[in-house]
Design a protein around this ligand. Structure first.
Ligand code: NAP
Length: 460
């Protein structure tokens, strides 16, 4: 059985789940299509009331839901708590702002009158990853439900309880049947579902392989798609950076979510004159991290999400070393039960190293010493990914100039790449296309319908 809760802190299987049969999936799609016919007629107030209720339930059940996240994928409990709060903020944000975001846009054509009206497009399929099991769903579902679309979610196979819990929240909030449904199926079946005529758009957050599979199906069947994929964010440190604060953020940027965030700082690129002091302070802090049970409030670094994920990152480190890299700290699995990896720093990474262009999804930092600002920018851009990135400098104008040169969807000055409801999120290159969150996130699966008003006497 491939859909299971396995606690990564112990690697013990807790519960396994039956996959939905084809006819159960068909029924869920039919229900979503029929719910759409009614939901698209509702007004913004009705939609907003529902999402505010979902937000309220998230807050009310925060403790239980946070524990569920930590149990299923190993996130520190305090961070799981933060994820539930953020998810509630996203539901409230779209509930409060969608009507103004989607208001008619009056055009001023050369002749006559015209406007753009925002209409829903139908049933959407979202494929979501395990690393932020509530937040990822919130940023897909909230704007689209406000538009008037209906939602099918295929969640990652290692967080089934979270997937089911979100569907339950919608039911408890009074959502009509079919407005939001959780599909207990594997990834391959999600790709195959794209062909279904009743599904009008697809959104996937996950790996490049899964993204390519979904997007090629979407292309084949002429459906709109959105992809939020991996990243290998550069963390650039210039000579005028405030070193102590920069190092603090470097550690947070790398180990947040036990190192498994698409927007984690992964490549630390430091100009020559401050490289030694940065590395000394960064290594000292990394070495002191308290690794352990994510339910324990004193723990700073928990396990990877699964045994497979821990084995993968340990193998990548070994492959990097075989390709010429040097380990400065850690580099091995922890000698204890569970999916644990030592906090690790590697250096001497060059483009001919087989790991140079790979994403390292865990507590492994790659350190680069470069000649100057231009060399830092060039290295930052030498990546198949273009998700986020950050630059540390006390000269904000300089920071903005560097930001202009970085080929990615988001650049943060004096902070690792981060997220909040009212800031757009998304990447370029191999990190995908489209945007979630903020006003931009509500524009993806909407029909921007032109309405043109002509006098019968008008002629072209
Ligand atoms: P993954 O294997 O691609 O899984 C993500 C989701 O895709 C899961 O629900 C998975 O289902 C499904 N899936 C797998 N193969 C599929 C296929 N052929 N067709 C359709 N769906 C498929 O990703 P992961 O490695 O677990 O997750 C981490 C990746 O996600 C990292 O690269 C990370 O950077 C990226 N990520 C990106 C963002 C962003 O916003 N840009 C945010 C978070 C994570 P199963 O679980 O059933 O296999």
């Amino acid at each position: 059985m491939s859909i299971q809760t396995v606690n990564p802190t112990t690697n013990k299987m807790i519960q396994s789940f039956e996959e939905m049969t084809d006819s159960q999936v068909d029924e869920a799609v039919a229900q979503a299509a029929s719910a759409y016919e009614a939901w698209k007629q509702t007004d913004y107030k009705q939609r907003a009331d529902l999402l505010h209720k979902v937000a309220g339930l998230l807050r009310e059940k925060k403790e239980m839901l946070a524990k569920m996240i930590t149990l299923e994928m190993g996130k520190l409990l305090a961070h799981a708590d933060g994820e539930i709060k953020l998810s509630a903020e996203i539901f409230d944000y779209y509930a409060s702002n969608a009507e103004s975001f989607l208001a008619d846009k009056i055009l001023h054509p050369t002749h006559g009158q015209a406007l753009i009206r925002h209409a829903p497009i139908g049933v959407l399929l979202g494929v979501e990853p395990w690393n932020f099991p509530f937040y990822q769903v919130a940023r897909f579902a909230a704007p689209n439900i406000m538009i008037g679309n209906t939602i099918l979610v295929k969640h990652a196979s290692n967080v089934p309880q979270c997937g089911i819990a979100i569907e339950e929240l919608f039911k408890e909030a009074g959502a009509p049947a079919g407005l939001y449904s959780n599909l207990l199926i594997t990834g391959k079946r999600a790709s195959a579902l794209v062909a279904d005529k009743r599904i009008k758009g697809v959104s996937l957050t996950g790996s490049e392989a899964a993204g390519a599979s979904m997007a090629s199906e979407a292309g084949k069947h002429l459906k709109k798609s959105l992809l939020e994929l991996g990243g290998s964010d550069a963390f650039i440190v210039l000579e005028d950076a405030d070193m102590d604060k920069t190092v603090e953020w470097a550690v947070v940027g790398r180990i947040n979510n036990n190192g498994q965030s698409c927007i984690a700082s992964k490549r630390f690129i430091v100009v020559e004159s401050v490289a030694a002091i940065f590395l000394e302070k960064f290594t000292a802090k990394f070495a002191q991290l308290k690794v352990g049970d994510p339910m324990d409030a004193n723990t700073q670094l928990g396990p990877l999400s699964s045994e497979e994920a821990a084995a993968k990152i340990a193998a990548q480190v070994q492959k990097a070393v075989d390709g010429g890299a040097t380990i400065l700290l850690g580099g091995k699995r922890l000698k204890r039960e569970g999916a644990f990896m030592e906090p690790t720093i590697i250096t001497n990474m060059h483009p001919d190293n087989p790991v140079f262009y790979e994403e390292l999804f865990g507590p492994v930092a790659t350190f680069f010493r470069v000649k100057d600002e231009q060399a830092a920018i060039d290295l930052a851009n030498d990546s198949p990914f273009g998700l986020g990135g950050s630059v540390f400098t006390q000269d904000i104008e300089r920071g903005k100039r560097v930001a202009d040169e970085i080929d990615s969807g988001m650049v943060f000055i004096n902070h690792p790449t981060w997220t909040q409801a009212d800031l757009p999120f998304g990447g370029t290159k191999g990190s995908g296309y489209g945007r979630e969150l903020s006003e931009l996130g509500i524009e993806e699966f909407v029909n921007k319908k032109l309405i043109r008003i002509s006098e019968l006497t008008d002629s072209f």
